[in-house]
Structure formats: structure tokens, C-alpha cells
Design a protein around this ligand. Structure first.
Ligand SMILES: [Zn+2]
Length: 335
């Protein structure tokens, strides 16, 4: 089975200009590193246009585009982004162009309704994760919204963004009620417990080890660390060794490493007592660097490095399982 365990859809803010600025801020140094923008001064509007960066910032992607860009994939996990205020603007997953049929004016408050509508349009392909922000209207409201998203909307998982939303996943007041409800509902949780290039994001809440409290308190909770904890990849791997129901998905990380580094990472994970069965392929599509077909090919070609590195190849069955069966087993799609 071929599964992308980490994707997004629709837009991130109603206001196209704000979305553009938001996207540009988070992408500035990435584009500088690619040699597409000047490194020591603020780029001009013309330089941004010439860089190839999309005019709209975070792209507006519908289900047809997502399926088109996932050739051969059996399942695509779509993750809601819960509402938060940023510079006075309410951001989060929003259907600015009215493609989902969710009634009323577009609003990030309806992020879970939009994701549910997209799942309903193609339930064979899409797996929908709700999102809630306990720092937005408080933990009780977040728990109610999570219950509604799962029991009424039929969403099948939960995505959390503590470091973007100014709360710690180890906070017993804000975070624990949400984890407790997810455990009670029996749904898997994915947490963005990794860095971010957004200036406003709080790196002090980003470390994978901050999930240790949730792992100790919620022993049955299936918890996936997004982006394999980058830049704290070893810390994330250690959490996978410590907690039986912790997993990691590889988006962003897999795009930043060379094939040789990816091969060495898989060998290193095994040597660090992490079963490769705990790793999931993910892309963070439609993130601008993250072509699902290309990243899949990159993972499948890692054994080309084995001879040069001097380590035994990774068994093909294990690579294939990272591409989908590991997620399917965690999620309960496969025995
Ligand atoms: Zn993402």
C-alpha cells in the first residue's frame, strides 16, 4: 500500500495578500539557500516574482490537484490546521474559493468541516485528521470540537501544532485534556514537534522530548512525530525507542537530505533500536519543494548507496512498508 501520511489542502488564510506575505516570510531563507533570492537584503517584488515562488503563497489545492500530484498512491492523509491569530489575522485551513460546499462565509473556524467535506468527496483516497488549538478558545472548547469532528464529522485522527500556537504539548492544563479525549476516542494523533522556518513559531515548544509527558500519561495513545523531529532527529528517534506507540513521519526531513544521508539515517535508526516499522513516508504536500512522486523515488533508491557506504542494503520489504504498510498497520487498515 502506498500512503502519504502528511499533506495539506485548501488555503491557510482568507486574505490572499496576507497568505502571500506569510508564505514568503517562512520561505525567505529557503529560497536564499537555493540561490533564488539575494541573501543580505530584503528581496524586491520583482525578485520574488522571478524566484518562482507562487504569487498566492501557500497554494490553494483541491482534492483533484492532490490526487493528480499523488500518482499511484492508495491513500492521502489530509491534515487540518486549527485556527489561531497571527498579527491580528485568523489563520488556519480555509476554503476561500468555495470548493467544498461547506455553507456560510469562509473561516478557519470551520477547518474540520472542510477536511470532512473533502474526505466525503473521495473517501477511498482521503484520510482526514481534525485539528484543534487549546490556546484559541480554551481546552474545554478544543475537546468539544475534537469530539464533534470525530463523532459527527467522521474525521479519523488529530493534528496538533503547539509551537505555532504558543502552547506546550507537556502542559497539563492545555494539552492533556486534548490527548485524553483523543485516547478516549481511539484516534491517532500527529504532532508538529519539530522546527519551523516561520519567524513567529516558538522553537522552545518544538522539541520532540516535550512529548514524553504525553507518552507517560497516555499509554494507549498512538502518537506520530511530524517531520521526524527535524532538527532534533535523534531526539525523535529516541522517543520512538522509549514509547511503544510512538511513530514518526519523514516529511521535510526527507526533502533536505541527500540519498546517501537518507540511507545512513535508516541504518542509524536501526542501530539506535528504532524498528523501521515505526517510520512513515510523508511529504507535507503541497509544500513547494515536496513532490510526492520524486520523494517516493528517492526513498526507493537508497540502496544504491549501500556499497559506497559499506553497509548492508535495507531489505526492500522494509522500504516498501515505510511507503505505506507501516502507516496502514498503525491506523488499523491492515493487520
Ligand atoms: Zn505540514
Amino acid at each position: 500500500m502506498l500512503i502519504d501520511a502528511h499533506t495539506h489542502i485548501l488555503s491557510l488564510a482568507e486574505d490572499a495578500e496576507f497568505t502571500t506575505e506569510y508564505g514568503r516570510e517562512g520561505s525567505l531563507c529557503i529560497y536564499r539557500s537555493l540561490g533564488k533570492l539575494p541573501a543580505h537584503r530584503t528581496p524586491t517584488e520583482q525578485e520574488w516574482e522571478a524566484s518562482g515562488y507562487s504569487r498566492r503563497g501557500f497554494p490553494v489545492i483541491g482534492p483533484a490537484e492532490s490526487v493528480r500530484d499523488h500518482p499511484g498512491f492508495d491513500k492521502i492523509v489530509i491534515l487540518a490546521v486549527s485556527p489561531q491569530f497571527l498579527d491580528g489575522e485568523l489563520i488556519g485551513t480555509v476554503d476561500s474559493y468555495g470548493i467544498t460546499g461547506v455553507p456560510g462565509p469562509p473561516s478557519p473556524e470551520k477547518c474540520n468541516d472542510y477536511i470532512a467535506a473533502i474526505v466525503a468527496s473521495d473517501p477511498e483516497t482521503f484520510i482526514g485528521y481534525a485539528s484543534v488549538n487549546p490556546a484559541y478558545r480554551g481546552p474545554a472548547a478544543a475537546v468539544r470540537e475534537l469530539e464533534r469532528a470525530v463523532t459527527e464529522l467522521g474525521l479519523a485522527g488529530l493534528k496538533l501544532y503547539p509551537m505555532y500556537q504558543d502552547w506546550s504539548p507537556a502542559d497539563p492544563v492545555l494539552a492533556f485534556p486534548v490527548f485524553a479525549k483523543a485516547e478516549e476516542l481511539g484516534i491517532p494523533v500527529m504532532v508538529h514537534q519539530a522546527g519551523s522556518t516561520r519567524i513567529d513559531a516558538r522553537m522552545e515548544y518544538a522539541r520532540p522530548a516535550l512529548l514524553d509527558a504525553a507518552g507517560r500519561h497516555f499509554r494507549e495513545l498512538r502518537l506520530t512525530i511530524a517531520h521526524c523531529g527535524l532538527p532534533w532527529v535523534d531526539e525523535a528517534l529516541f522517543m520512538l525507542t522509549k514509547h511503544p506507540h510512538f511513530f514518526a513521519e519523514l516529511s521535510y526531513y526527507i526533502a533536505t537530505v541527500t540519498p546517501e544521508e537518507l540511507f545512513r539515517f535508516l541504518v542509524h535508526a536501526q542501530q539506535s533500536f528504532v524498528p523501521l516499522e515505526k517510520l512513515f513516508f510523508g511529504t507535507d504536500y503541497p509544500g513547494f519543494l515536496y513532490d510526492p512522486a520524486g520523494l517516493r523515488a528517492k526513498l526507493l533508491s537508497v540502496n544504491d548507496q549501500a556499497e559506497r557506504v559499506g553497509s548492508a542494503p535495507i531489505p526492500q520489504a522494509q522500504l516498501d512498508s515505510i511507503l505505506g504498510d507501516n502507516y496502514a498497520r498503525m491506523f488499523g487498515l491492515m493487520a
